[in-house]
Design a protein around this ligand. Structure first.
Ligand SMILES: Cc1cc2nc3c(=O)[nH]c(=O)nc-3n(C[C@H](O)[C@H](O)[C@H](O)COP(=O)(O)OP(=O)(O)OC[C@H]3O[C@@H](n4cnc5c(N)ncnc54)[C@H](O)[C@@H]3O)c2cc1C
Ligand code: FES
Length: 352
């Protein structure tokens, strides 16, 4: 679906000190589009004090129902190494300021990080922190459709203060006698009780999966901090799990975290950008962080996923030169670019 739609926040709930859930209903009163569990919405946020809208993805955090969409947002703190920096722009705005009755614009459902529908599949959901959102949607969809299906749900957080959706996971656990739910606290506090608030201390351990680990029908769905996903992927590979059975979703740019390359300077405002299929030629505006945001602002649709160059969804045919603002995991070929991560370095023409 390519058009933005307006949604009213009909309910806002604080899940933890840093996570809030938003329940959305369409302002136009028409039915909600169905989505596949694991998908997300692309929000275009008009944040007071900013002259341009901010684009951010937020995953559905519950299975589809025809009454509302739910997304859950963690207010991003500054990096531990630079506490003087501002917290995340969009997540702070949503967590601190957006309230019931407010209206947000979003596009979607989008994304291919979705659970398999085959009944014989044994899904293993491995969630770190706010990475739980798409996996909770998947687990709820799987078990509510067929409570006889076996799933594993491994969820890691630091401690009870960061532990969201505990009640929902308990309800899901009760639906399925054959499924396994385990919560890991990396840094339990004195008042956190093992066996009551959490199951195991330490980081998530895939050995908890037991015999299903190497079962041919087991598939692994990972979403969480980049180091956690790298660690678990490696552990799975070492135990002989093929890459085709490991599906991941990055909420942040793993490629940027893994590189020492310097970001490249932005382009000049003198360049023109032709969007061939849309029949528009526009002057580039330096205020935009990327060609994709420039296109979105001008109502030109370019499919997107991660927004940081890791998924390849926005890959677009290009004539002319672009400059990348940061290293990307996907390396575009000659005559192609990733509009989410680059700006013009000459007059350009895009197949969009
Ligand atoms: C497919 C997908 C689904 C997602 N689903 C969810 C979801 O369900 N829930 C959720 O909460 N998030 C989700 N995300 C992440 C979300 O889209 C945003 O990236 C996240 O909310 C952070 O955005 P922000 O604007 O708040 O932070 P930004 O403003 O983008 O900042 C990010 C971080 O950078 C730090 N920072 C600020 N300035 C600097 C600087 N100068 N140098 C270095 N660091 C700096 C900030 O303090 C912050 O820690 C998803 C992402 C993707 C790709
Ligand atoms: S949106 Fe993912 S690479 Fe551009």
């Amino acid at each position: 679906m390519s058009a933005y739609r307006k949604y009213r926040i009909v309910k806002k709930i604080r899940e933890t000190d840093h996570i809030a859930s938003f329940y959305l209903q369409p302002v136009d009163g028409l039915p909600l589009a169905d989505f596949r569990p694991g998908q997300h919405l692309l929000f275009k946020l008009d944040i007071p004090g900013r002259d341009l809208p901010v684009l951010r993805n937020y995953s559905f955090s519950s299975a589809y129902n025809s009454s509302f969409y739910r997304v859950s947002v963690k207010k991003e703190a500054p990096p531990r190494t630079a506490p003087q920096l501002a917290p995340g722009i969009a997540s702070s705005y949503l967590y601190d300021h957006v309230k019931e009755g407010d209206i947000l614009e979003a596009k979607g459902p989008l994304g291919n990080f979705c659970v398999g529908e085959e009944n014989n599949e044994i899904p293993v959901f491995i969630a770190g922190g706010i990475g739980i959102t798409p996996l909770l949607s998947m687990a709820e969809a799987v078990l509510k459709t067929d409570p006889r299906r076996r799933i594993h749900f491994l969820y890691g957080v630091n401690n009870r203060r960061e532990h969201a959706f505990g009640e929902e996971l308990r309800t899901l656990r009760q639906l399925s006698a054959t499924s396994r739910f385990l919560t890991f606290y990396a840094l339990p506090e004195e008042s956190d009780q093992q066996g009551h608030h959490y199951d195991r201390a330490g980081f998530i351990s895939i050995d908890a999966i037991g015999d299903d680990l190497l079962h041919v029908d087991t598939r692994f769905y990972l979403c969480g901090p980049a180091p956690m996903m790298a660690f678990i992927t490696e552990a799975l590979q070492q135990r002989g799990v093929e890459n085709s059975r490991i599906l991941t979703e990055n909420f942040t740019a793993a490629s940027v975290e893994e590189t020492d390359e310097e970001p490249v300077a932005t382009g000049s405002s003198a360049f023109t950008v032709e969007f061939r299929r849309s029949g528009k030629t526009l002057s580039w505006d330096d205020r935009f962080p990327s060609l994709l945001e420039f296109a979105e602002y001008n109502d030109i649709d370019i499919s997107s996923g991660c927004l940081f160059g890791d998924c390849g969804t926005c890959l677009t045919k290009l004539q002319g030169e672009v400059q990348y603002k940061h290293p990307t995991m996907v390396k575009p070929g000659k005559g192609e670019c990733l509009p989410c991560s680059c700006v013009p370095a000459s007059d350009i023409s895009l197949d969009a």
